[in-house]
Ligand binder design. Sequence first.
Ligand code: ATP
Ligand code: MG
Length: 640
Amino acid sequence: MSEFVQPPQSTVTNCTAQDYEAAYARSLSDPDVFWLEHAQRLDWITPPTKGGEWSYDPVEIAWFADGTLNLCHNAVDRHLADKADKTALIFEPNDPDGEVRTLTYAQLHAEVVRMANALKAMGVTRGARVTLYMPMVVEGVVAMLACARIGAVHSVVFGGFSPEALAGRIIDCDSEFVITADEGRRGNKPIPLKVSVDAAVDEHDTRVKGVLVVKHTGADVAMKDGRDHWYADLASDGDCPCEPMNAEDPLFILYTSGSTGKPKGLLHTTGGYGVWTATTFHYVFDHQPDDIFWCSADIGWITGHSYVTYGPLLNGASQVIFEGVPNYPDHGRFWQVVEKHKVSIFYTAPTAIRALMREGDDFVTAHDRSSLRLLGTVGEPINPEAWRWYHRVVGEGRCPVVDTWWQTETGGVMLTTLPGAHAMKPGSAGLPFFGVQPQLVDAEGQMLEGAAEGNLCITSSWPGQARTIYGDHDRFVQTYFSTYKGKYFTSDGCQRDAQGYYRITGRVDDVINVSGHRMGTAEVESALVLHPKVSEAAVVAFPHDIKGQGIYCYVTLNAGLEGSDDLAAELRQQVRKEIGPVATPDRIHFTDDLPKTRSGKIMRRILRKIAENDHGSLGDTSTLADPSLVDRLIEGRVDG
Ligand code: ATP
Ligand code: MG
């Protein structure tokens, strides 16, 4: 068992290995009783008497359906009784010399009420969708909570997305309201958020009638009369009670990167999501009252929803909100923030760890990290070498590392070890969280037992599960429950070892992950094909030393046209404009054709191998419509 790393003896823990065994067994044998107990982590207006009521065929999912509650009350108001003066948020700005802003729970409450009143003044009502396009500032979290307070449904769009991507997400959920800031700051560049909102709303067919603008950098921005409002002008302190919500009322919509085409707006509801994030935060991060928690994810991603806004605040935690990036002003910034705010629990993504590892240990050791007691990662598989560096150098070998596997669809952590309780295995997420029933199946859906590798499914529902794709339940059923009938299919490949530890091997299909920003190949392809000279495009990832993955684009042009450096530059520009700078293609390969099956589907597997320069193992090419194309593609491969 030498690949296992034992947890340090001294770790405080909310759950021992024996506790885990007993609780996990009970969560499967008696799920309703188990989860109704954990539902008591929250304050309910009407406590639920029902646990899970769900079916995967047909697909209908509900938890705690007769309960009533408000998650803003749970994240903020209820802490006023005993934690009014406890720190809730510590805002660390992009610029290390900028002003730190600390909010106690009482101050957070006041700010959320002001924002909720501003939303009401703008005309936001219960059930309305509100799109957030925000920098990582206090008001981002406040705006999410204010929506929850008045029963509005937030849809946060990452501030790095282009106006086109933003418009698509506004239109998809028919949102009439946007909350944004004048500008954001990330590293040495300002992010023109308001300008992008204007482009999204003015140049596309949206129904947006109210835009609330938070003054952040003080940049001069255009304000449209009657539509745009400064937050400070609409904010007011008057009473704003929390709206009683049914457990199954929508809390938020969040779009995934959309590997299979149009982004999917996953819908999460109030009670189950609240119970799931509150419970997972408590156990996975072994949260103690004096901890200073820091999750470096942006609120534009599910990690920022579950482990910045909801999980920590539902638990009354103190946490850092960081506006900046890991490499500005230098590669020691994360560790400087850890030292400055005495962070005890730190949660980040493998791409950040890999990027910082490249820069050497000195940036880490220059800062005092003695406050750290627990480290976590999420977002993609972490290679054992990076895991060991994180554990040994960043955590000085003292801190357990939790490698947490989960998805936008799962609402919160699904596979992990529990800190202090379980031995860790670098590269493996670990064991199922309470109530999670993983199953590995082969391509035909046959269940695999014992140590095995296959496609990861989950066979029963858990409270934090997404309920549907907003406005398209058929697509929800098709995407997740039709590959293997009666099971939730994660789309991830996975190995299980003899100890029952799960290791994610990657997507069964393909998605590109550039520096932690995920995007679907189809989204990039659609952007390329918009160019009048392009007839078809196929996009795959290739390994990139810094970004984790780079973007390799195969492009066919309309008849009679030839590729050129100028055209490649135009295409890069086009993708930047459509999706955002993170999607900028690294390599553009003009080709006269794309490899397709006889039924007309592009064979990405082959394109990926060629992009990776691994054509010794192309696999079966016999189903190709034109097998001779492969040699031409290999010859034309673009390198660097
Ligand atoms: P889309 O569904 O549109 O393709 P996405 O899957 O990238 O987008 P997320 O829900 O943010 O969007 O990511 C979840 C995926 O990230 C998982 O399915 C898995 O592939 C990967 N992932 C997350 N955490 C881990 C982890 N700890 N180890 C390995 N892979 C992980
Ligand atoms: Mg996914």
